[in-house]
Design a protein around this ligand. Structure first.
Ligand code: UD1
Length: 383
């Protein structure tokens, strides 16, 4: 069975690691990894392969940055050549980045089955590129693997047949639980001169175009965070696009907001685990803080991961400076959201996914053999 796994951007690497590990346990599966090169900086890509013990990609498409159309089209052109150059039974894509949609679309047009891991999530905000990528990828995938009940409901409502949907849990959580102990040995707190005990700082990440590409919003948000920093120091590993925007717009930051380079996986996990609170516009971090039990304030108007609010420690605060400050101060005063870990977020999602795919592919082989036996018999009878 020839499976092609696709990863392109930072959050994809975290999701692909447990899938590659689970695939390696099947002697009849040949698992190849394609890196599209959407993320290419050492800190955004190679560091994750090292930290997460991901095998080196069999192919790197080296697409790099570009507009959405250029990036998506480049991945499609280059991925098509890879798929045409070898036998492929199934393409596995994860998450919601441009590489996800590009590879799913390429495969399906070549008549190859597609599995989408983390299907069905919806923010209902079509201005987000990820929302478009998710909707279209789900539409054309043969197997939709979901992380939470809302995702299953979204897919059913959109007309995806129930037999294509599988509730399996969360591969991002697989990575978190697998590497939690190892991450606790990170010396990132000492390197940053932060207190070793829990709760001495807040952690911030920002990278969504809606937050960082609009100068006014970024400025207002950072002004609120400057004010918060008077009460608690903030560590801010900055995504390259955010850093660029801040430099371009000359946004002034409090000296208590420490802007650092993007961190590797293990360092970031440890920093998150020990933080008093996390402020973020990332999707995956909402899930990781829920599992770690760390309060999370999401600087967005909507979330595609509602279970992190209903069950976990996440709160939506949008980009309104007053609301950000009010909610952050509540946490500082000790009013910490108490959450629990959603069902199936137990570290075994990738195992379940591979077991399902293996069985489906075996069924296909059996059906194909029966077909060819049938046509032989029909021909023999015809003679
Ligand atoms: C992409 C995903 C987003 C995901 C995020 C994680 C899409 C539409 N968006 O957003 O869903 O949450 O990755 O980080 O696929 N850049 C570098 N070095 C890199 C990569 C990017 O400097 O290694 C800079 C470039 O200036 C580039 C910009 O960041 O133009 C944006 O990168 P891109 O991959 O287009 O989108 P992200 O914002 O990273």
């Amino acid at each position: 069975m020839n499976l092609l796994f696709v990863a392109g951007a930072r959050p994809n690497f975290v999701k692909i690691a447990p899938l590659m590990r689970a695939a390696s346990r099947y002697s009849d599966i040949d698992a190849q990894l394609v890196h599209t090169g959407q993320h290419y900086d050492k800190a955004m890509s190679e560091a994750f392969f090292d930290d997460l013990d991901i095998p080196r990609p069999n192919v790197n498409l080296d697409v790099g940055s570009g507009s959405h159309a250029v990036q998506t089209a480049e991945v499609m052109k280059r991925f098509e050549q890879v798929v045409l150059g070898q036998p492929v039974d199934l393409v596995v894509v994860v998450g919601d980045v441009n590489s996800t949609l590009a590879c799913a679309l390429t495969a399906v047009k070549l008549g190859i089955s597609v599995a989408h891991v983390e299907a069905g999530l919806r923010s209902f905000d079509r201005s987000m590129p990820e929302e478009i990528n998710r909707m279209l990828t789900d539409r054309i995938s043969d197997y939709c693997f979901t992380t939470e009940p809302s995702a299953e409901q979204n897919l059913l409502r959109e007309g995806v047949e129930a037999h294509r949907i599988f509730a399996v849990g969360n591969v991002m959580v697989d990575s978190l639980l697998f590497f939690l102990e190892k991450s606790s040995t990170s010396d990132i707190l000492a390197r940053l001169g932060l207190p070793g005990h829990r709760h001495g700082y807040a952690l911030l990440t920002l990278h969504r175009p809606v937050n960082v590409d609009n100068d006014g919003d970024l400025r207002r948000m950072l002004e609120a965070l400057n004010e918060l920093a008077a009460s608690i120091p903030i560590v801010f590993p900055a995504h390259p696009r955010t850093r660029l925007q801040m430099e371009k717009n000359g946004v002034g930051l409090s000296s208590r907001i420490r802007v650092i380079e993007p961190l590797g996986y293990l360092d970031f996990m440890h920093l998150m685990h020990k933080a008093r609170m996390v402020l973020t516009d990332s999707g995956g971090i909402q899930e990781e803080t829920t599992v770690l039990g760390v309060p999370c304030l999401t600087l967005r108007e909507s979330t595609e991961r509602p279970i992190t609010i209903s069950t976990g420690t996440n709160r939506l605060v949008g980009s309104d400076p007053k609301e950000i400050l009010a909610q952050a101060r509540l946490i500082l005063s000790g009013a910490v959201p108490q959450g629990s870990v959603p069902e199936l977020w137990d570290g075994r999602a990738a195992e379940r996914i591979l077991a399902i795919l293996h069985r489906k592919l075996l069924d296909r082989v059996v059906a194909a053999n029966q077909d060819s036996d049938g046509s032989c018999c029909a021909m023999a009878v015809g003679k």
